[in-house]
Design a protein around this ligand. Structure first.
Ligand code: PMP
Length: 325
């Protein structure tokens, strides 16, 4: 679609006027912002910037993966006349639903029932069919995982469906190798010393980590893992869940475990002291960044915003606005 010429104005990125919301998808020329956060590190060397992925057009870091996954399917001729089915903790599915809707493609999402209501409602608002399964918060291939098993069986038994499969499709990694990594490198003038990202599908850390290591092998790539039985949608604990096929351990220097308590405390501090309306996986990333010795100039990924978790925080906060626990 283009703006009709009778309106006498065409697209002009200089004044942020575009033909389509798609033009706002991130790239080296249209990066998500890096914003400084005044948090103290373990040894006073931390200079922390958060990459605000919730300012993407569909609200999370998964805009990048969804766009690359759909582009790959289209290039392989797998989209023609088919419907999509995908397991998701919500963010990938929201971006997929928005992009698929614009292309006239239908999406069925299989989603763990513990994912916040806000995400499930958003998916229905976008026209997706939502099937809830009783499993953990970021499904990967694992015996207890219902969402991925259900999506796989739908895709395998009905050839009207195609499954993008963010957990094993290399296009998820490529999205971050081609966009997130180059953006961070350019935005820090190549001075980044430490990169911190949560481990979910592993797409972010594997793609951005590989790009940054190629530029400078001394950059430390730190993954963040939640506790078993955690309540941080989007992240995986690998004691209780199998590792996604695309997760590339060769680019990861360290994994820092962050429990729910410090992750949620840090998330509330980011809301209240720093004006950053981030979701809980950002709290986990910032807490991990403060634990790195000699962190130096650090970029942490902030995958999504607090607005998708108000129902979680309603349970945590008392009437006085303070945490009840
Ligand atoms: N945080 C949130 C809120 C997410 O939705 C995801 C995606 N699962 C992640 C972190 C982890 O990103 P990735 O899947 O690229 O490892």
């Amino acid at each position: 679609m283009t703006i009709p010429s009778s309106t006498a104005i065409g697209p002009d990125p200089g004044v942020r006027r575009y033909d389509s919301i798609r033009d706002l998808l991130p790239s080296v020329d249209n990066p998500t912002p890096l914003v400084g956060v005044d948090e103290r590190g373990a040894d006073g060397t931390l200079e922390l910037f958060l990459k605000l992925e919730w300012l993407n057009p569909f609200g999370s870091i998964k805009d990048r993966a969804a766009n690359h996954l759909l582009r790959g399917l289209a290039a392989r001729g797998l989209l023609d006349g088919r419907k999509l089915v995908e397991p998701s903790s919500g963010n990938t599915a929201i971006a997929l639903a928005a992009l698929a809707g614009m292309a006239g493609t239908h999406l069925t999402v299989t989603i763990p029932d513990g994912v916040p209501q806000e995400k499930k409602v958003l998916l229905r608002m976008l026209g997706a069919e939502v099937w809830e399964t009783p499993d953990d918060l970021c499904p990967v291939d694992h015996p207890k995982d219902g969402a991925i098993a259900l999506a796989r069986s739908i895709a395998a038994s009905d050839d009207r469906f195609v499954m993008p499969d963010q957990y094993s499709n290399p296009d998820n990694v490529l999205a971050h190798y081609e966009t997130t990594g180059p953006e961070v490198w350019r935005q820090t003038g190549g001075l980044i010393r430490t990169f911190v990202a949560g481990l979910g599908t592993g797409g972010t850390i594997s793609g951005a980590g590989a790009f940054l290591k190629e530029r400078n092998p001394a950059i430390r790539i730190i993954g963040v893992e939640p506790q078993p039985g955690h309540r941080i949608p989007g992240l995986k604990n690998f004691e209780e869940a199998a590792e996604p096929a695309i997760l590339d351990w060769s680019v990861i220097d360290d994994v820092i475990r962050v429990d729910d308590g410090p992750a949620y405390d840090t998330t509330l501090r980011l809301h209240r002291r720093h004006g950053l309306l981030v979701g809980p996986s950002t709290g986990a990333v910032v807490h991990a960044a403060t634990a790195v010795d000699g962190a130096g100039l650090t970029v942490g990924i902030s995958p999504d915003s607090s607005l998708k978790y108000t129902s979680y925080f309603a349970e945590i906060l008392g009437d006085d606005g303070l945490p009840t626990a």
